[in-house]
Each structure stands twice: as structure tokens, then as C-alpha cells.
Design a protein around this ligand. Structure first.
Ligand code: NAP
Length: 588
């Protein structure tokens, strides 16, 4: 392919897509777009850091061959006023991967935002924003190190689809009449109208990407974020299609949160990703209060827009947040801030957003070792209080440095003791892994508490049951009472008798059938006073069904069975606690 202004490097090889996977040579050609305003300052600084990290990580055996591409003001200068040259699009498709600085949206003249155009032209349907904490970065949270999420935001649908009809226009009236006359809709006169399209295709391709990422990166969970309790056929449908996709395409790799409790007693089967969902407003609260509970998030366009910036603010603000817009394979990594024109060419601003987008890019092409070097060097430089003016405003005793000096300081760390740096990233991973195990232990020991903490509202018996403790039928009442005292429970399950039935012995049985009947606890066997057969519910029984079984049988606790084996017990107190914690809305 020949280009008008783009000079493909004479060295290096193109990245290829073969059989649906990315093939990255050791000497790949990657596109970069400087961007406008502060773009050149940050791009030049970052290129040096990325190159140094790659060189150090692979002893010079790998190298990126950069190819400059043009968009925005620089393009307009080269392409006769064209801010968005077609050959740049062609080159990004051809090179597969590019990284870009911020772009000015030309004011007036009916220009679309260049960023929006780029997303639409290349169908970059997933906006990916990893948000993690780097030690020493100023943060408003008490425990910012618990934030480590990757948000996959759908980029093409939702209220961003441009289907809006202004109040007072002919089109608006036409749609309003149709909605009122044909669909029986009711709304105030002259309301502006917008349409919110959410399709199975758009939802599923986004969720597919999120799950695949979670599998590739051994993440713990994927949370589908939605407001499906209010918008059932758009937001609720997104949730349903997400679960459907997980089942259709990733059954071997995933387990739903429901199954985690109902079938696996809170223990995640090895190698599986937990698929869960949360209501959009609650997730904002949870990401502030319990960020560790969340990992990969899949969202629709509007929810993701709000959420990305809100979560980024928890760990240093959008000024350092990296991002990428990704199609099936083609990916454009970018600084998420704007061109800050008042700081252009002053070598002053913070290059972190673009820098960390480059780290994402290195991870995307599988060059994890180079990414790790930067990830580990970054907090060290901030820890030395070598920061650009924006961070200096938030720190005491900072040394304010220029964009290029910040890059020099990073390069010095990156090219220093690499073993020391890779150990830091490994330690961080280990800490996250330990926390993951602790969460699992909590889920197993106290599912209701674990659910409260993770913002999940339990809906089934398995979600609120306590694990069972049992004794053999032949055990004496003394032995059973000893176990009950040790485990602090008021009942005990009795293992199958000759007829194969499980039973239950409660405190009340001891009072009435031992004391009342004047027998000895040491001589009577539990099988003699146990109640058999058990009254049971299935693990997926809804909470209302459970309460009906309790009241119809006039009992205080019911045994939960999974495939005919008791797995837990639900008491009226457990049910009461759920209602106390979450309230009760009548079931559909
Ligand atoms: P902006 O360029 O992001 O700048 C707003 C303020 O954010 C700056 O004045 C500065 O705050 C701070 N800031 C931004 N980047 C920084 C950095 N790297 N280091 C330190 N501080 C940084 O937003 P804007 O002024 O609204 O937009 C300017 C232009 O950028 C517009 O043409 C807009 O369309 C475009 N834009 C492009 C993109 C993109 O290409 N992805 C995204 C957003 C906006 P202080 O003044 O407080 O220091």
C-alpha cells in the first residue's frame, strides 16, 4: 500500500491477524498519532519510556518500529485542511494497533468530534478503561490500593446513537403522535424525545470481549452493570444477553454468581470466572466502599461513561486514566484527557494518561514484562515526589518537574534494577490473589454476610443458607450435643438411617424427648429422637417459596437440598435478616 504522507518504516514487520488471533512479531510496526495541543509534549516523552522498557525487558531482542500517522491539526496542515484523512484510517486498519494523543475538535463548520468519527469509522465498539491504583499517587480513598478494575464500555449504542428529536420540530411531533396514538404512551407536551437502542448483537460482542479479557488475564469476575429494574427491555435485556452469551460461548470458563452459591457453596471452581450483575446506581456506591469486590465490568454506553470517570477519580483522576477503543482486533490506545491548549509546547503537563495507555498496549500485544517494568517504576518516581505541576498541587514537598524530566526519571528507574521492579509487580499480584482467597473463605463461611458486602441481594434459599453440621444416626445424644455446643448451633443434621433418610435433631427435641420423657442423654441415640424425613426446599427455591414452606409446616427452619443431599439450612431468622437488610419488594 502506498501512502501520500505516511512513511512506513523500512524496518519491522506488520502485526497480523490469523485465525482470529493477533500475531505480534518481535519487531512490530505500530502507529502513533501525536495529537494536538499538549499532544507532542506527552507523545515524545512517552515514546522514549516505552522504548526503554521494551529494550530493557527483552535485552534488545524486541523493538517497536513506530510509524507516525496524522489526525487533527497536524493532518490539516499536511492534507490540505483535512483533519481526518482517509489514509490514516486505512493505515490503522493495516497496522492493527495505534496509540494517539488528544485531538482538538474543530469548532464550527459542522465537524464531528474526531474521536467519535474514529470510533465509528473503525467500529471500535469497546471502550476499555483499566483503573488501578499506583502507590504514592494522591487519592481521596482510604484504601485506594483495593481499586483494580477494568471497565468495558459499549461504544456504539444506547442514548449515544444520535436518535434524538428536538422539542417543537416536525420529526418530534411525528414521533410523539405515533407514540401516543399507536402505542398508548403518555408524556408531557413538547417533550424532547430520544431513543435508546440496545441490541443483542451490540451487547453480546461487548460482553464477549470483557469475558475473554477476564479469562486471558485470570481475573476473578465480570460484572454486568445495568438499570434493568427500571428499563427492562434495554438495560435488563443487556443483562440477560450477557448471561446468555456467557452460557452459550463460555460455559467451560464461567460460573454465575447464583451457581456459585447454589451449587458450589461459595467456592469458585478452579479456573472459572464469576459472572454477576449489579444495578447501576448501587455499583457507584460499591466501587467507593468495596472496590475489591469488583474486577472486570461490562457496561452500556451511558453508565460506562459516568462510571469510568468516577472510578478514575478514586485513584488520581482522569488526568492519569489510560484508555483504549477496540474493535474485534484493531485497537487505538489513547490519552483520556483533552489537548489542554493553554499548556501546549510548554513541556509542563503530566504524560501519565498516555504513558499508561501505552502500558495497556504492551499488555494487549502480550509484552507483559515491558508493561510490568513501567507499572513498577511509576510509583517509585511518584514516591520520590518527582511529579508534574498537577500532582505537585496535591502533595506536600513535591519537586515539580517538566514532562520530559518526568520521563527521564522513569527511564532511570526502568533501566535500573529490573529484578527489583518485576518483584514489586509480582508482590502486588500476590496481594490481590490473597485477598481473592479471603473473599472466597468468607463466602463459604458466611454467605449472607459475603453477599451484603458484595452488594448482592440474595434471591434463593442457597443464597442465605448456613452450612450444615451432621452426626451419625448411631451417635448418642450426648455426643451430638457436644458438637452443637462446639459449633454454636441449635440443631444438628442426622445422617441417613437404614431407610436412607436424613433427619434433624433440635434443642427442642432434647427438651421434650429426653428431659420430658425422663431419659438419659448418654444412653439414647440421636436416631431415636430425630425427626425424619426432613422437610426440604431445593437450592434454587425463591425466598417467598421458602417462607411458605416454613409457615405451612409450622417450623422455624428448613433444610436445603441439592440433588437429594442436604447442603444447608435456612431459618426464619435468616429470612428476617434479608428483609431487614434489603427490604422486600413483592416478587413478579
Ligand atoms: P482538557 O484538555 O482535558 O483540559 C482541562 C484541564 O485538565 C486542563 O486545563 C488541566 O487542568 C487538566 N489537564 C488535562 N490534561 C492534563 C495533563 N496531561 N496534565 C495535567 N493536567 C491536565 O479539557 P478541555 O479544556 O475541556 O478540552 C480541550 C480540547 O481537548 C477540546 O478541543 C476538546 O474537544 C478536546 N478533547 C479531546 C479529547 C481526546 O482527544 N481524547 C478528550 C477530551 C477533550 P489545570 O488547568 O487545572 O491544570
Amino acid at each position: 500500500m502506498t501512502y501520500q504522507n505516511i512513511n512506513l518504516p523500512t524496518t519491522g514487520e506488520k502485526i497480523k491477524i490469523k485465525n482470529g488471533t493477533l500475531h505480534v512479531p518481535d519487531q512490530p510496526v505500530v502507529g502513533f498519532i501525536e495529537g494536538d495541543g499538549i499532544g507532542p509534549d506527552i507523545t515524545n516523552a512517552c515514546l522514549r519510556v516505552w522504548d526503554a522498557a521494551v529494550e530493557k525487558a527483552y535485552d534488545g531482542n524486541r523493538k517497536i518500529h513506530w510509524c507516525e500517522l496524522y489526525l487533527g491539526e497536524k493532518a490539516a496542515g499536511l492534507y490540505d485542511g483535512d483533519y481526518f484523512p482517509a489514509e490514516t484510517l486505512a493505515a490503522i486498519r493495516d497496522l492493527v494497533i495505534a496509540i494517539k494523543g488528544p485531538l482538538t475538535t474543530p469548532v464550527g463548520g459542522g465537524f464531528r468530534s474526531l474521536n467519535v468519527s474514529l470510533r465509528q469509522e473503525l467500529d471500535l465498539y469497546a471502550c476499555v478503561r483499566p483503573v488501578r491504583y499506583y502507590q504514592n499517587v494522591p487519592s481521596p480513598l482510604k484504601e485506594p490500593e483495593k481499586v483494580d478494575v477494568v471497565i468495558f464500555r459499549e461504544n456504539t449504542e444506547d442514548v449515544y446513537a444520535g436518535l434524538e428529536y428536538q422539542s417543537g420540530t416536525k420529526e418530534n411531533k411525528k414521533l410523539a403522535n405515533f407514540l401516543r396514538d399507536e402505542m398508548g404512551a403518555r408524556f408531557f407536551d413538547d417533550a424532547g424525545l430520544g431513543v435508546k437502542p440496545i441490541s443483542p448483537f451490540g451487547s453480546k460482542r461487548l460482553v464477549r470481549k470483557a469475558i475473554q479479557f477476564a479469562i486471558d488475564n485470570r481475573r476473578e469476575s465480570v460484572t454486568l452493570v445495568h438499570k434493568g429494574n427500571i428499563m427492562k427491555f434495554t438495560e435488563g435485556a443487556f443483562r440477560n444477553w450477557g448471561y446468555e452469551l456467557a452460557k452459550e460461548e463460555f460455559a467451560e470458563h464461567t460460573v454465575t454468581e447464583e451457581e456459585l452459591y447454589t451449587t458450589h457453596g461459595g467456592k469458585c471452581p478452579p479456573g472459572k470466572i464469576i459472572i454477576k450483575d449489579r444495578i447501576a446506581d448501587i455499583i457507584f456506591q460499591l466501587l467507593l466502599l468495596r472496590p475489591a469486590e469488583f474486577d472486570v465490568l461490562a457496561t452500556m454506553n451511558l453508565n460506562g461513561d459516568y462510571l469510568s470517570d468516577a472510578v478514575a477519580a478514586e485513584v488520581g483522576g482522569v488526568g492519569i486514566a489510560p484508555g483504549a477503543n477496540i474493535a474485534d482486533h484493531v485497537a487505538v490506545f489513547e490519552a483520556t484527557h483533552g489537548t489542554a491548549p493553554k499548556y501546549a509546547n510548554q513541556n509542563k503537563v503530566n504524560p501519565s494518561s498516555l504513558l499508561l495507555s501505552g502500558v495497556m498496549m504492551l499488555e494487549y500485544i502480550g509484552w507483559k514484562e515491558a508493561a510490568d517494568l513501567i507499572n513498577a517504576a511509576y510509583p517509585k518516581v511518584i514516591g520520590d515526589k518527582f511529579v508534574t505541576y498537577d500532582f505537585a498541587r496535591l502533595m506536600d514537598g513535591a519537586h515539580i518537574v517538566s514532562t520530559s524530566t518526568f520521563a527521564d526519571a522513569l527511564i532511570a528507574k526502568v533501566t535500573g534494577d529490573a529484578d527489583d521492579l518485576s518483584r514489586l509487580e509480582e508482590e502486588r499480584r500476590q496481594a490481590l490473589e490473597t485477598e481473592r482467597k479471603e473473599r472466597e473463605a468468607k463466602r463459604i463461611a458466611d454467605p449472607l454476610q459475603a453477599m451484603k458486602e458484595s452488594g448482592r441481594q440474595p434471591a434463593t434459599s442457597a443464597g442465605i443458607m448456613s452450612p450444615i453440621t451432621s452426626v451419625a444416626s448411631s451417635a448418642t445424644v450426648d455426643e451430638a450435643m457436644h458438637t452443637m455446643r462446639e459449633t454454636d448451633i441449635s440443631y444438628i443434621l442426622v445422617e441417613p438411617d437404614n431407610g436412607g433418610d436424613w433427619g434433624i435433631m433440635t434443642k427442642r427435641d432434647v427438651v421434650t424427648k429426653i428431659v420430658g420423657a425422663n431419659k438419659s442423654t448418654a444412653n439414647v441415640r440421636v436416631e431415636e429422637i430425630a425427626t425424619r424425613p426432613l422437610i426440604t426446599v431445593t437450592a434454587d427455591a425463591g425466598l417467598r417459596a421458602v417462607s411458605m414452606v416454613l409457615s405451612q409446616n409450622n417450623i422455624r427452619r428448613v433444610v436445603v437440598e441439592n440433588k437429594d443431599v442436604p447442603v444447608g439450612v435456612v431459618s426464619d431468622t435468616d429470612l428476617f435478616e434479608v428483609v431487614q437488610e434489603f427490604g422486600w419488594d413483592p416478587e413478579d
